[in-house]
Structures are given as C-alpha cells and as structure tokens.
Design a protein around this ligand. Sequence first.
Ligand code: MTE
Length: 309
Amino acid sequence: MAGRWKNDLGWSDVTPKVAWMNRRQIMFAAGAATFGAIAGPVQAKLGAAASQYSTAETPNTLEEVTSFNNFYEFGTGKEDPKRNAHTLTTDGWQVEIDGLVERPGTWSMDDVLKGTSLEERIYRLRCVEGWSMVIPWVGFELADLLNRAGVQPGAKYVAFETALRPDEMPGTRTRVLEWPYVEGLRLDEAMNPLTILATGLYDEPIPNQNGAPIRLVVPWKYGFKSIKSIVRITLTEDEPPTSWNKAIPREYGFYSNVNPEVDHPRWSQATERRIGGGLFVKRIPTQKFNGYGDEVAGLYTGMDLSKFY
Ligand code: MTE
C-alpha cells in the first residue's frame, strides 16, 4: 500500500514543467497552501513547506546528491550506493522505538508520519573526508517523533540503528565495519529543531542510496552522524556506541561537530571541496558547526570542543 511517504506519482507528473523547474522558489513565495488544491497522494510531498532553517545557498543537483554517496552497506566507492542500493526493499518498513520511552513499540512508516508536517530543509552537509554538498531534504523534526513516543525522565541519549540485510546489502557481507551501522546523539542534540528525520529530497521520496525510507540529518556534525535507513531508535541513559568510533576510536569521537580548528589526525578540516564545482575548484573555508553555531553552540557550553573530535 502506498503510504504518504512513498508515492507512485512524481511531482513532474502533476505539475506544469515551468512550475516544476521553479518549485522551491514558488513554494517559498506562495507557501504550502497553494498546493492544498492538488488532491490525493501527492499532497504530502507537495505540501512540504520551506523553512526558516534553510540556507539560501544553491543546492547541489539531484544527480550530484544521488550519485556521490557514502553508504558502506552498499560498498565503499562513492558510486557503489547508486549502483547497488536498488536491492533494498523499503515496502512495509518498520521502525522500533524502545528503551526509555513511555510508548515503546513497532512503528510503520504511516505511524511515523501520522500527524507530522513535512518541511523542506535545505542544509549544508559536510563529510569528514573534506567534501560538502547543499541538499534540499524533506523531513520533520526528530523531536516531534520522540515527543510522540514519550521520552522518560531518565533518558539522556538517543541511539540509532540501520537495517542489516546481507541479502540486500552487499557491503554487509564484508567486514569493512561492524554491522549494523549504529549512531547516537545526546538527548538535547536530538531535540534541537535542526535535527531532522528525512523521508525525501528534492520533493521526492528519498532515494535508496541516500537512506530510504528514513534517515537522520544533523547538519552541524560530520556527515557520518547522519545515519541512513533507520530501523531502530532507542532512548538510553548511557552514551551509545557509534560505528566509526568503534572502528577507529582515535579518529572519530561521539560528538564530531564540524570544527575547522581541530584537524582530523590524518588531514586538515580547515577547508572543504563543494561537490559539483569540478576537481580543480578552489576549496572553501569550513565553518564552525558547519555554519549552524547560532542554533547549536549553546549545547556545548563548558565543553572543550578540541577534545571531542
Ligand atoms: N549511514 C549508514 N547506515 N551507512 C553509512 O555508510 N555513511 C555516512 C552517513 N550515513 C553512512 C551512513 C557518511 S560518512 C556520510 S558523509 C553521509 O551518510 C552521506 O550522506 P549522503 O550519501 O546522503 O550524502
């Protein structure tokens, strides 16, 4: 059954080309209400309103965002996810929400999306490897889902887990990482309005290589914190293990906030290469907290960030 998050009709099937080409500008100007008139299954994605948190920078193209990826479950090459991730079946997807919550249980994607309003969030994504993109996600605040599950007072962290399906994910038949891929946030980071769960990008359901049907996006942290294809969210009292920290603890910490002043042990983090500009494009300066310091610097008051790579 087609849920709100996945539709057979594409935006371009129901929209004049000119509007399709200018969709973000139009949505920005007119707001979501304009699209209320378009009935049926496409309404949810067309209704994704623009956000005060979006950057005005030009997004990378859909082609760039979907053909240069890190998703080790489908291989370690940047083009492997695009080539291999079509084998992931996302129909009937379920997310287990457990641990220190009032209402633990198994949520279908319809449950997850019930009552949420999808928003477009155009965020910078800065990978620890030194490249970056600007991506127009469609999603909703993680806080919204956690509040619906009911966070118990003892909870201090949120742990996330990606699906582990060796039949569908060729990379998990190798030992390049310990599977499943796991990540975590401190509860206040998880509740920050910048932290979203994305179910779409470019007004379409999120492609498999980008983490279908639901992935985390934490724009002020290095990209590896933004875990894909989530099947489990667990509220915990203790700091949960994270995949890259387990793999190489002296290179990847739990916090991993973007910080041009603290170099990775093997390379500088001072600058980044914006994908799409060509191989020889000048690198641009990396911003502290990836430019989101106004919203999140306060979360780390009193912490020596140079010690929390
Ligand atoms: N999530 C899972 N499950 N497996 C991964 O290998 N790679 C991470 C992150 N989430 C990864 C993952 C890394 S290193 C980055 S930079 C981003 O996804 C890339 O997201 P994108 O491919 O959508 O740009």
